[in-house]
Design a protein around this ligand. Sequence first.
Ligand code: MCN
Ligand code: CUM
Length: 806
Amino acid sequence: MNDMTPTREQREAKLEGMGCKRKRVEDIRFTQGRGQYVDDVKLPGMLHGDFVRSPYAHARVKSINTEKALKVPGVLAVITAETLKTVNLAWMPTLAGDVQMVLADGKVLFQNQEVAFVVATDRYTADDGINAVEVEYEQLEPQIDPFTAMDPGAPVLREDLTGKNTGAHGPRKHHNHIFEWTVGDKDLTDAAFRKADVTIKEMISYHRTHPSPLETCQSLCSFDKIKGELTIYGTFQAPHVVRTVVALIAKIPEHKIHVIAPDIGGGFGNKVGVYPGYVCSAVASIVTGKPVKWVEDRIENLTSTSFARDYHMTTEIAATKEGKVTGLRVHVLADHGAFDACADPSKWPAGFMNIVTGSYDFPVAHLAVDGVYTNKAPGGVAYRCSFRVTEAAYCIERAMDILAQKLGMDPAELRLKNFIKAEQFPYQSALGWEYDSGDYHTAMKQMMEKVDYAGLRKEQAEKREAFRRGETREIMGLGVSFFTEIVGAGPSKNCDILGIAMFDSCEIRLHPTGSGVARVGTKSQGQGHETTWAQIIATEIGIPADDITVEEGNTDTAPYGLGTYGSRSTPVAGAAIAMAARKIKAKAQMIAAYKLEVHEDDLEWDIDGFRVKGLPEKVLGMKDICWIAYNAPPPGMEPGLEAVSYYDPPNMTYPFGAYLCVMDIDVDTGVYKVRRFYALDDCGTRINPMIIEGQVHGGLTEAFAIAMGQEIRYDDTGNVMSGSFMDFFIPTAVETPKWETDFTVTPSPHHPIGAKGVGESPNVGGVPCFSNAVNDAFSFLGSTHIQMPHDYWRNWQAAKALGVVG
Ligand code: MCN
Ligand code: CUM
């Protein structure tokens, strides 16, 4: 061996495979302003469309007069529901089995609903056209409060559903009822409550909020009349699904539809749903024969596209006096707005809310969810939610604290007492899930040790005494949260979107000189897939990550996949990538065996190639194998080195984490300070620790925003009170706390590389952690549950209600 031969460590390092903090390759273009977003795409002769929107939450549309608008120089068309009816597109199916107006058809059902689409030579002219469209409305009584939506005298919102007593998810109890979904054993649960030593009951609300990505939703459609082909550029988290749905609805053959999701400036779930803008820009292109672009502004994004949460959860826990939980009963009132446009796998009207038993060994549980219509924007689920896991985690984590308070137990101790034990995995939950793996006690204890939990509790006790003595006006809260996520939708046996099974895919093609391209069915919106997917391949087949280009988002080139949301990319596509790589490796092994003149079984894999067992000098590197595969394959073998894998996972993956927040609140002003925030995440095998840390930082910042101030609010008549960043809290670096991150590793037993998702975990675990910190701070003054968001004003209100400020 001469001095130039790289060591094993050097060979390994060169790959930048799994476990490496590889720098984000996409950032080379993003940080230089060279990203290519939808609004950067400019096609010849392109027109611009924009919406006339409703000022009212509930009104009859008596007439729409477009005459004056059409006379505005530069305005080429005004599309209304009447126009859309000629192509059968006035209404569109939602992802939740409901239908939704594309443009107001006889009625408007929420403020800022799309009423007409004005197409003009530029955006400003379109706006002039909007101002010239005359709409006559007759105001109707709005239904804003979900709690009275099913009252006998509540106004009828959805006239199109008149006489329909059954919806997509079963019987409807009232004209504003969407569905009732129940899971679990009611009789056994009721019995557990009758026998319980201790019970708690609380209405825990997770308010309405919005993901508000930096880049709003947008599309650019171009219909080629000669070829009969439709090209759609759009901010799509799931481009293939868009193509299939367009093919089914517009009756254009699927191969004549080209969907391209270029760079996306943040999705956070906002870009899963289908919006009227997409449909209108496509129809407008067909009508005008020109490409038509639609770009939302911030107000439109915040007030009309997919909101998140809006779950009101009446939660009860039964327990023994020693603090062992014996039953959980939850009823949810879900406010879905005007149309049920929730983005969940079809069979799950309330997503994976039935993970509400959390990390605890509940012998029995029962969950019932009622969805109702109100005069608010439709949507639901979006915002780092893992399909309602955020709501479930908030519900159970708040409830466990309330139980601890009632029992006079420490909240961390109560959790340790009730955790599912490591030896119980795979664990069958009372509400029907099989948790694949976990080690909760180790994670919790690591957290408690790292933060000196006992020391913090001691300090808190002293501060409480000082507060009682009148020596300080500051109260201290310790927020504990422990969450279990369920990500990786999903096994096609229980997960589909509009009948499309939720597998994912990867195609890898290696080139003769030892580099290659990997095309994947997912679509990054900032998660760094171009970086991490290449790392999986690097480790699997020994080609440096830098030599692999990763492509996503073009339905003409990428294999069919279901896209990126629900932290499914690593659990599902990550597995497809490893499996495709393994197919390549299997062929490479045959080539190596032939070349090295041994039997395949006599070879072993070694970092970046094969070597003959017991003969470490007899090696053939992967780069050489690539050349041979094309230029001198073994007799009878097809040339080339490529593979494709479609992966249908056997189960979801179950990441988890232990978080702690230390907060100080000044009761006289309500001003809080996050003194410390510690987040331990376990997402199984870690592909890129730096990217994971970035995901956790981002998710915690969003959790902080939601728990501590962010809210989409409506007044009694349905006016949106938080339609811009003046009123909707977006934390900047100034407000954002410092994050301490940590981890344990419990690999998923069924995933080819043992990885679980992580993108949504910090939001799922973060919100209850902040909220528990605020509630813990106030608890010694006699409160049990203070509703989010915990902004300064509400903290001060809470202090006032507890009688500690005048
Ligand atoms: N990762 C890893 N090791 C693991 C798990 C994940 O290195 N064990 C890496 C992955 O390779 C990937 C990233 O972490 O680069 C996120 O992976 P994953 O958890 O699989 O989540 P997805 O890629 O499916 O992303 C979706 C998730 C969701 S649903 C929302 S919402 C969200 C989030 O990601 N939106 C985001 N994070 C976001 N981050 C940015 N910057 N922008 C968004 O819009
Ligand atoms: Cu639910 S927000 Mo993400 O799944 O795109």
